[in-house]
Every structure is written in C-alpha cells, then in structure tokens.
Design a protein around this ligand. Structure first.
Ligand SMILES: Cc1ncc(COP(=O)(O)O)c(C=O)c1O
Length: 356
C-alpha cells in the first residue's frame, strides 16, 4: 500500500527546466536569477526584499538590522520552530519565551505584555501553520512600547490579515523557502522591509566578500541565495495562488469529514493558508502510531517545545504550549494530495478515533 507522506513538495517540469537553465548559464551564486527572485518577491509583497540562504539566516540578518545585540531581550513564543530562537543566541541576546494561544497556536499578546521589560528590543511573531497571529494588536502594542516587531512568515506566505498579506505589518519580516514550505527554493529565505537602511544592511552583510570600505568593521556572513535555488523559487512563486487554493480545498474536506476533533480556527478577518492542518484530540500519540500502521504519516509539530530544551530552558509555566503538544496532530496537506487520499485519511482517522 502506498505511503501517504506528511509532506510532499510539488516539483514539476518548470522547476526542473529552470534549474537546468540556471546551471547552464554558469551564474551559480547570486546572479541574475537571485535578483529576479528578489524583484518578483518585492512586487508580490509590496516592500523591498533581499534573498538569503535560509529562513534562519534571514531572521539573523533581520535581528542585526533591528540592532539586536548582546544582552538585549527578544520575546518569542515557546511553541514554534527552534530556528526562531537560535538567531537570537547568535547575537548573544536573550530569547524570552512566552506562552501561546491554545486556540490558534500563535503567540499570546497578553503574554507579550506581561513579559516586556526595558531590555526588550524586539518581538518575533511567527504566524503559525499559515494562520495570521493578532498582528495588528501586537503591532500597536510594540509601537506604543518602542520595540521592534519582526514578523516570521516562514510558515505563512499567502496568508492574509484584514485582506493584507502577512509580512507587511512588522518593522521587518522574513520568509523561508525550505523544502517543506508553501513555496520552496529547496532551501532559501527572504528579508523584507520598507526601511531602506535595513535592506542595505541585510544585502551587505549576507555576503562575506562584499567590500565596502576599509573602515567597515561589521561581521559579514555567507548567507547568499544561489541562482539555482532562486530559479526554483521563481517558478514556485508563480504557483503560489494555486497552491493556497488547493490547500484550502483540502482543509475544507478535512473539516467536513473528520469528526470529534478540534479543527483549526479561522476568523472572518484572517485567511488561513494551511501550510499545516493541525487538529487537537485525546490520545494523539496512539492515533499517530495507528495511522502510521495504515501508511499515513502524521506528526506532532515543534516537539519538544523550546522551553523544555536545555539551550532555552525557562522556569516559567507554559500551560497552553504543553496542552498543544499533548493534543495536536498535523495531518498531510500539500497541493498534490489527491481527493481519494484525503478521504482515506479522514475515514481512517475517524475509525481509529472511534476505537474501531
Ligand atoms: C516559524 C519558522 N521560522 C523560521 C524557520 C527557519 O527557516 P529555514 O528552515 O529556511 O532556515 C522555520 C522553519 O523551518 C520556521 O518554521
């Protein structure tokens, strides 16, 4: 029986031809394609963009651009990808982990309010699983308190908040094009901001061989996006609207078919892009095991949560994050998933849940 994987990138002949063309051009590092991807992305998002080697490097550059330095505090959620916290440590700054909303998996504004201090330099807000956080309210609070808002859109390209694309609310935002993301360049990332100085900083620091002046004492990195990766990213970006449409169709089928679970929330002013379809249920470990036995691969995302890892360990309580870890199951969702597979997953899930 065919295994239904948790992820499956959609790579067609367009991506393959684009790679062959980019390789044949011999512009292997940051060249015409990387520039074209940045231009197309800037047009898509509406602000300036700099392409990078990954979402993690994009976030690192965003923190540097925002002036995050040693001993500054950066607030971020306990429930997210570890790649959100690592770059804070690269800057020798302090990640301050806060709890997450149980309902939508996103950072809790009240927790941000309770955790802000005069050392807080920035708040990083990942829009989890393709669902926008309460970004407008968080933005207002950050403005009031004079701290920078960094939007992490690694999981959420294509999501809308009040009809606006995520990534335009923050002082700076980042995207990831890792293999499992909504749109992939195999690996890659993007830094976006309308702050011209910050964009120049990101562009300048991503390349170790960028010569400015002899007095330039800043550390440089090797965070460029290759033209080969950019060529794939360009083709994928063209398909984004169709990808989101199909993901939303799949989500609609799961919502109709799977019973006795908590489905993802979707409020009228937010458009979910469903990079993941995560449901909550009792006995989630057993259900995941039994689904695996039926060749359906599901997962608990971001486990163990950051506050339980030694690098980020914290004495605070994270009851919602813990509850999410204990109840959540991420189901297969990707554009190439066929209706027959979705119905099979739903039916198998219901039967296991019902103890059949
Ligand atoms: C929310 C979030 N931020 C940042 C990253 C890092 O992106 P990358 O894997 O491209 O470094 C990821 C995931 O991979 C992520 O899920």
């Amino acid at each position: 029986m065919k295994v239904i994987t948790h992820n499956r990138p959609t790579i067609d002949k367009e991506e393959i031809c684009a790679v062959v063309e980019a390789l044949s051009s011999l512009e292997l590092t940051v060249g015409t394609k990387a520039g074209e991807f940045e231009d197309r992305f800037s047009r898509y998002i509406g602000i300036d963009s700099v392409a990078t080697s990954s979402g993690t490097s994009a976030l690192h550059l965003a923190l540097i651009a925002a002036g995050v330095n040693r001993d500054d505090e950066v607030i971020l959620p306990s429930y997210t990808c570890a790649a959100v916290a690592y770059p804070v440590l690269y800057q020798q700054a302090r990640p301050v982990l806060v709890d997450t909303n149980y309902s939508d998996y996103n950072i809790d504004l009240n927790e941000i309010k309770n955790s802000i201090s005069d050392r807080t330099k920035a708040v990083v807000v990942p829009h989890m699983f393709g669902y926008p956080a309460d970004i407008q309210e968080i933005k207002e609070f950050c403005c009031e308190r004079g701290v920078f808002l960094i939007e992490d859109c690694a999981q959420s390209i294509g999501s809308l908040h009040d009809g606006r694309k995520v990534g335009v609310f923050g002082d700076i935002s980042i995207f990831s094009f890792y293999a499992t993301k909504m749109v992939t360049s195999i690996q890659g990332g993007m830094v976006c901001t309308d702050n011209k100085e910050w964009i120049e900083t990101a562009r300048d620091l991503r390349y170790h061989d960028q010569q400015c002046s002899l007095s330039d004492a800043r550390l440089k990195y090797s965070y460029m996006m290759s033209d080969i990766n950019a060529a794939v990213g360009i083709e994928q970006l063209k398909k984004l609207d169709n990808f989101v449409k199909r993901r939303r169709e799949i989500a609609g089928i799961y919502r109709d078919e799977i019973i006795n679970v908590e489905h993802p929330v979707e409020e009228p002013h937010k458009k979910h892009a469903y990079s993941r379809y995560v449901v909550k249920t009792e006995s989630k470990d057993e259900i995941i095991q039994r689904l695996r036995g039926k060749n359906i691969i599901c997962a608990t995302m971001h486990s163990p949560p950051l506050h339980r890892r030694s690098l980020f360990a914290s004495n605070r309580q994270y009851p919602n994050t813990e509850k999410i870890i204990n109840t959540s199951i991420s189901l297969p969702i990707y554009p190439s998933l066929e209706d027959e597979e979705i119905l099979n997953i739903s039916d198998t899930f219901n039967k296991i849940r019902a103890g059949l």
